[in-house]
Structures are given as C-alpha cells and as structure tokens.
Design a binder for this molecule. Sequence first.
Ligand code: GLC
Length: 428
Amino acid sequence: MSAQLDNQAISILKENDLGGYTIPTKGLYPYQWNWDSAFVALGFATFNMERAWEEIELLFEGQWDDGMVPHIIFRKDDPSYFPGPSVWGTTNPKIPTSGHSQPPVAATVVRRLFEQDTSEAGKEKIKTLFPKLLAWHRWYHTYRDPEGHGVIAIMHPWESGRDNLPDWDNAASHVDISDIGEYTRKDTSHVNPEMRPKKIDYDRYLAIVKFGRDNNWDPKIVADQCPFFVADPGNTFILLRADRDLLAMAEALGETDAAEELKGWIALTEKGVAKLWNEEKQAFCTYDLRNDVLGDGISSASFLAPYAGIREEKYINPTREHFDRIAAKVNYTMPSYDPDHPLFESMRYWRGPVWGIINYLIATGFADMGDTARAERLRTDTVALIEKSDFAEYFDPITGEGAGGNSFSWTSAIWLTWATPSLTAKAA
Ligand code: GLC
C-alpha cells in the first residue's frame, strides 16, 4: 500500500508540474502558489533535488522590488480562475502576481534542501537565495509589524493561507463591501459550494483586494490604513521558525550583519507572542490590530508554538492539553478549528477540516521538543486519511472523507517527505 502511494504521490507531482513550477491541483488552482511551492520542493527533494531547487527559484522570480514574495504567480492567464491578474492590478513585478504574500515557510524548506544537498551546486543556490529570503523576511517585519509588537499581521485572510478561518469573520465584518461591483466566482464551479467560503466572505475578500489595488499595493499604506489588519499566530510562528532557519544559514555562510538582524527579529518575536496569548482560553489566538480585539478561537495554528521554538511551560503545557482534548474528540487530528467551538464545520474550508501540511508543521514542532507521541499521532492520522481518501486537498476530521481539489500537490509532497511509512521502514 505504502509503495503504491509513494508512486502515486510522485506521479501527481509530475503531472502538476508545468515546467519548473507546480500547480496545487488542476482546475481549481491553475497557477503557482507561494507556500504550496515550498512544500512541493520538499516532495521533489525526495527523488529529484535539482527540480526541488528549481521550484523555489521560480517562486522567487515573482519577488517584488520591496522584498515581498506574492501568494500567487500568474505565469499565464487562465480564465478558469477568479480573481485573476486583472483583478489584482499589480504593477511592480516582472511577472503578473497577486498583491500580498503567504506564510513564509520557504526559508525553513531551503535550510532542509541546503542540509540535504551538499554538492557545490547546492552551495551556489543557497548563496543566491539567501539575500532574497532575507529581503522577504525584512519586508514582513517592516510592513506586517509596523509598530514593532513582535507579531505578524495579515492584510487579507488569504495572506494567512488559512483563508476562511472563523477567526477572520469579526475583523472582516468591518470591511465596507458596498463598492465591489458584480463578479462571478469560479471556485464553486470546480468543487461543492457547501465546502467553500460563503458569498459574504467572498465579497469581503474582494473589497480588500480593491483596497490594495486602489492604493497600488503600497505596503506602507496597507499597514496604516488597510481595513483588515489582524495579527496571526500562523504567520507569526512560521516566520519565527523561518528566521531561526535563516539565521542558521547566515551563520553557515558567514553573513554576520544578516545574523545580527535576524537575532533582533527573533528576540522581538519571542517576546511579542505574549500579545497573542489568550489567558482565559489558555491558547494562542488572533489579534485584530485595527479594532484592538484579541480573538478567542483555537485553530490549528495555535499548535505551532513548538514549531516556532517556543518552550515556556506556561504556553506549552496548556497547548498540549488542548491538543489532547481535541485529539480525543475527533478521529483524525488536527482539525483546522476547535470542534468545541460553535463555528466549527467539519467540511467547510478552514473551519474544521484537516490539512496534511499543517499536520506536518505541528508534528515537526512536537518532535523537536521530544514529544514523539503527539508527533506520531499526527503522522499516523495523516497516513490513515490518505490511505482512506487519497491525495485530497483536505479531509473531514470525523469521517476522514476527502474534499476540495483532488490529486493535490502539497498533500503528495507531505506524504513523500514525512508521512509515508516507507521512511520509517528505511530508518529502522
Ligand atoms: C487555498 C488555501 C491556500 C493554498 C491555496 C492553493 O487558497 O487556503 O492556503 O495556498 O488554496 O493550494
């Protein structure tokens, strides 16, 4: 079973490869997505290192002059997707792209490639990529944490990569949607509308895109005035981890100034995460910086503190308790939203379903802390989901049913790099 799934995962990556970059899935997502490509590179690295580097290099072809690496790169216009390049109206880049970013997992991935690929060519690649990664991290710390709180904000729910999380609802309800005009969605023609965001959510998404477009995606104006500006535990923890990984690379390359800059960001964020700690819930939650409201939802990102290298018991013990409470409630960990919360929906986008890539990140953090039992629960649940429902985009945490797009690239990549039992067999 496992060898057959290994082969299937490799075939999916090859089929979704459009020549140096990989689309998440055919139909629903026909372009290059930022964090998808980072995970995909890990998948390629299990059988084709050259191709793994290429995925990251092509992602950085879309980098803006200010350092931002966009969430979508539109290499060619595809009318089956909405909102396409004309809706974003970006002018900065050489290639048409969207106007905001996505979770910065790339540096963490590049560090793994760097450690795996000891060839001269690998060293050259890292030297070229390092300043680009640093510029992107600097952009995040400058424009998504303009007041230096040590937490990273998103200007659009899509920037979190967890698009439709219930935690964005309140903050997004302040966004004026009166001026968005008519539009036709395409996502609901590819998959069941019951599993996709509702119209009101989409209206708000487009109103924020309009704000960005009207302001030429100027990150300073976004930081000062964007109607949606919410600190996200997901992007905060992912960037903190990525800063540490970039620091390790800076030290290996003898980049001393960069290392100092990175240490500064790490120290700031280590303190800053306290702003996201909800004392009553005993969990890391969102913080709406525009309206000064601490969220009360526990999401899969609340479990990324170990991944970020946070070790204080006052945070980690309750995080473990929430993990166990939720793990006892569902058949498959980790639902994207707390099943005890009234807004939990087991099959609707980011309001309940399980994503393999998030399981991988959470498990990496637990494993780093020596918490093998919880890390293994996440891995074996991911194996069971894929065995039951193939390489779906996401899965129901109760029934294990797959949903969203099929033959999904990052689910395949995560299988190859982490979940597959072949790896455990090899290690034994
Ligand atoms: C959805 C997800 C996002 C992902 C993209 C492509 O928009 O929410 O995280 O990057 O699909 O897979």
